[in-house]
Design a protein around this ligand. Structure first.
Ligand code: ZN
Length: 497
């Protein structure tokens, strides 16, 4: 009996001491900051304690404790790391993604606009994660165009039931490997050749995994915005949906924004699935010059043959399209050999009309460019909507400031300078809202047990230094960007749903 009591007492002592040790020793103590937890609630003064890769405690700790590192956050905001639901880039080539982490982004969603790594690359990415020294975390999506190519359908318009089933199987394979959903690029090839039946069949697969469909819609044009949305809402019967980089080319004014937001709200009310959109805070888009050309000039057709046979049609088409998109001054090349010049400048230098530059010297695959086609009132009204999140649509190499500046610009201009949105709301749009839509359960909020992706900053110091003239200047003002509990920005993980 005595022996039993002794063992019992020893155990008590040991258990209590381990417990006490667990409670009192941390890796990082973020001291005295104003905590914005990502929910949209106002900031409260609290300490944040990190142990390993997660948040161990938030509040004021009364009992004694020790911490290996102390980060003084007094007078500063402490928030979750930002989550970019629409990003581009190649993890094997630019794994540290400094452009993103410098603007506070700790997780990026890749595989956008219908184009993603194929399944073997996904596996390679997961296997090489530690040697790659990824900066931010990566959430992967399966590209609709990619599985269309992998299944052998390619540019075909009406795939058979068997072929659609092949795509569904590839998608299911990707989803069960940990992808968060599917993306479409319906303005590009081969995505544009997909019909409703095919897209709905794939949506059902995404829905079975509780995933998300993010769509670069078919036109993004004012006149066809309603039918673009209707097409996506059809997939919204089966899965969560998000409009990628929502914009209305040729559209103008706050009222038009409200009309479109009303359609999204109705769909949200009627659907059992989630509905949202992301917007990047710039008024110029950036993509391949192919969007200025008619479908008959695109793959699988041979452009040179089209040019020989229908040159006058092509010249008429691109002239009209560019003029409707604010003219040749509003197209700014981002690729060699015309990088940094507008279409008008290039045409003037060559002494020929701009349509001939496009048709005879560049062609639909010969360049990428920024297009100044968006209306300020309309786009900024989108950004104020509670269901619209911030994305960058940027990459480390793209000749557009959005890949380096988006998230910093929202704080610098929309919150601090213009008071367009409050800081807690801006943070929510960049943290918990994207986390919930993408389906990342343990990030996007500051909460005990969540992964320690944390920013410490003074909003007045945040600057998006990139511009259209110098698009690759890193953002500044984030004193600490903690990723998975590590301060040096180099410990991102490939996330799995
Ligand atoms: Zn896109």
């Amino acid at each position: 009996m005595k022996q039993f009591i002794l063992v019992y007492i020893l155990c008590m002592v040991e258990c209590v001491s381990t417990q006490a040790q667990e409670k009192s020793s941390f890796d990082i103590w973020v001291k005295g900051g104003m905590v914005l937890d990502g929910s949209g609630a106002p900031a409260t003064r609290a300490d944040v304690f990190i142990k390993g890769n997660h948040i161990s405690f938030i509040g004021h700790l009364k009992r004694p404790f020790s911490a290996k590192d102390t980060l003084h956050a007094s007078g500063k905001i402490v928030s979750p790391g930002f989550i970019d639901s629409h990003a581009h880039g190649l993890p094997f080539e630019t794994p540290n993604f400094k452009n993103f982490t410098s603007m506070g982004v700790t997780t990026i969603a890749l595989g956008q606009d219908g184009s993603s790594p194929n399944t073997s690359d996904v596996r390679k990415l997961i296997e090489n994660m530690d040697t790659l020294q990824l900066g931010p975390n990566i959430a992967l999506f399966i590209g609709h165009g990619t599985i269309r190519k992998l299944s052998g359908i390619g540019f075909k318009r009406d795939p058979s039931e068997d072929e659609i089933q092949k795509m569904c199987n590839l998608l299911a394979e990707g989803m069960s490997a940990g992808a968060f959903g599917m993306t479409t690029g319906l303005e590009y090839t081969p995505g544009r050749y997909a019909n409703q039946n095919e897209l709905d069949a794939l949506a059902k697969v995404v829905g079975q995994y509780d995933g998300l469909i993010m769509s670069h819609m078919r036109t993004e044009n004012n006149a066809t915005m309603e039918s673009d949305l209707a097409e996506l809402f059809s997939q919204g019967k089966y899965a969560n949906i998000q409009v990628s980089h929502m914009k209305v080319v040729y559209g103008e004014g706050k009222e038009r924004a409200i009309e479109i937001l009303t359609l999204l709200n109705q769909q949200r009310d009627e659907s059992t699935f989630n509905v949202s959109a992301d917007v990047y805070p710039y008024l110029a888009s950036y993509t391949t010059i192919g969007i200025l050309f008619p479908e008959y000039a695109l793959a699988p057709n041979d452009y040179e043959i089209v040019r020989q046979n229908r040159r006058n049609d092509l010249l008429d088409y691109v002239r009209d399209k560019v003029n409707r998109r604010n003219g040749p001054e509003a197209t700014l090349f981002g690729t060699k050999p015309y990088k940094g010049k507008s279409l008008k400048q290039v045409a003037d230098e060559k002494g020929i009309p701009f349509e001939k530059v496009l048709v005879d010297h560049i062609g639909p695959t010969g360049a990428s460019a920024a297009y100044f086609t968006m209306d300020r009132d309309l786009q900024y009204r989108f950004i104020q909507d509670p269901y619209v999140m911030i994305s960058s649509d940027g990459s480390p190499t793209m000749h557009h400031p959005r890949g380096y500046g988006s998230f910093a610009k929202v704080i610098e201009e929309f919150v601090v300078r213009d008071s367009l949105i409050t800081l807690p709301e801006a943070i929510r749009k960049m943290t918990s809202l994207p986390a919930e839509m993408i389906g990342i359960g343990d990030r996007g909020r500051l909460r005990k047990g969540y992964k320690a992706d944390i920013l410490i900053f003074n909003p007045n110091n945040v600057k998006a230094n990139a511009s259209f003239a110098e698009p690759h200047k890193l953002a500044t003002g984030f004193d600490y960007v903690i990723i998975n509990g590590k301060i040096d920005r180099g410990h991102g993980q490939v996330l799995k749903k």
